[in-house]
Design a protein. Structure first.
Length: 137
């Protein structure tokens, strides 16, 4: 007589292995997706009577302000949650505002000084990179 496992026990073992693999995949994907959507924001497009990226003051002491909207389900703090902040390619992360922006609302996230001329501001987090152009006269 041959010894071995019965087909029913073999099916149960295969089902347990499948469930373990599915649980591992779920754990990995859920933490990965939480990171990707955890700090989602946008620099809103300019609308009538809406300020989103401005330059104030007279050269050489112009000041650029960037307004962002929090699109994530959790509050964000620009000074800790934004990984990338550049003005014309130069790092300006020290100028990020330390404030809490609640979900579905917005605030000024960056205030930095600049010379006269056209500038590009880039802000980025794990899930989003946004850029805005502003001209200081």
């Amino acid at each position: 007589m041959k010894k071995g496992i019965t087909p029913i026990i073999a099916i149960i073992i295969l089902l347990l292995i499948t469930m373990a693999l599915a649980a591992t995949a779920w754990a990995f994907l859920s933490s990965y997706l939480d990171t990707m959507i955890g700090t989602s924001f946008q620099i809103p497009l300019p609308e009538k009577n809406s300020v989103w990226c401005t330059c104030t003051g007279d050269p050489p002491s112009c000041e650029i302000s960037v307004y962002i909207s929090n699109m994530s389900p959790e509050p964000i703090n620009p000074s800790t949650d934004l990984d990338l902040c550049t003005l014309d390619g130069a790092d300006c992360s020290d100028d990020l505002v330390s404030t809490t922006i609640q979900p579905e609302s917005g605030k000024v996230a960056l205030i930095t000084s600049a010379d006269a001329g056209s500038h590009t501001v880039v802000l980025g987090a794990a899930s989003t990179v946004q850029s805005a152009d502003v001209t200081c006269a």
